[in-house]
Design a protein around this ligand. Structure first.
Ligand SMILES: [Zn+2]
Length: 248
């Protein structure tokens, strides 16, 4: 708990990344959470991995050992056979109790506007999972506006725009969240004044904080705590909205 606020980090990667060579362990994650005053974290596999089942099982083990500290998200290559994709997403929900599915279009080049991508949105919806979509770097497939049509086609699906368009496309994230009540915005990488711009249009009941990488954790949480907004709004962004989506 930081300065009286419970804190939920909704964007952190556990495991081994093939594209960057990064390795994130459970112990390292707990250490950085404790140092930054983070109560709970949504663990997500890296977007390119050797064996996605192993990465999912690693997250499930972390959740089992520390149920109060971790929630889990699935993330896997969308170009495996469609039945394999659907089966693994179902396994993550049924066996592991995951709450989210992550799509990372920068490394998983699927066009979210194409109806060919329906299986991705359907897999999340069928399993009651929140779909967390990386936005920003990796445009055009990572443009926030491309999630407007899927959000409208699936009004019961909750979509989180990770990184809020990554600064450059933050205004698109605002537009997407403005026209779709089922679109949420995760504020990592935005400058504080851009976060305030988002808040002019999107209520704190649809906003959340995320670190992405441990070296950004202090800054990402600190920037929300330092905003000139009411404590109730900070509480919603840091805890209430994410715990509603990903469980507490
Ligand atoms: Zn990420």
């Amino acid at each position: 708990m930081k300065q009286g606020f419970r804190v939920f980090d909704t964007h952190a990667h556990l495991g081994r990344a093939r594209h960057s060579g990064r390795v994130a362990t459970v112990d390292g994650m707990l250490r950085s959470m404790d140092a930054a005053g983070v109560d709970r974290t949504l663990l997500i596999p890296f977007p390119v991995v050797e064996d996605y089942r192993r990465e999912h099982d690693l997250i499930a083990d972390a959740m089992k050992c520390h149920p109060d500290r971790f929630a889990g998200a699935a993330c896997l290559n969308p170009f495996v056979p469609e039945s394999e994709f659907r089966d693994e997403v179902r396994r993550c929900r049924e066996t592991h109790g995951f709450r989210a599915l992550k799509f990372q279009p920068q490394y998983q080049g699927l066009n979210p506007l194409s109806q060919r991508s329906d299986f991705l949105f359907e897999s999340a919806l069928e399993n009651g999972l929140v779909l967390v979509c990386h936005t920003g770097a990796g445009a055009p497939y990572a443009l926030p506006s491309l999630f407007i049509h899927p959000a409208r086609r699936h009004p019961d699906l909750r979509i989180v725009l990770g990184h809020a368009g990554g600064g450059l496309y933050a205004l698109e994230a605002i537009v997407a969240a403005t026209v779709c009540p089922n679109i949420f915005v995760e504020l990592s990488t935005l400058t504080p004044h851009t976060v305030l711009e988002v808040l002019e249009y999107v209520g704190p009941d649809r906003l959340m904080a995320g670190s992405d990488l441990p070296e950004s954790l202090e800054i990402e949480i600190g920037k929300i705590l330092a905003l000139p907004i009411p404590d109730a709004a900070k509480r919603a962004i840091l805890w209430e909205t994410p715990s509603r989506l990903f469980g507490e």
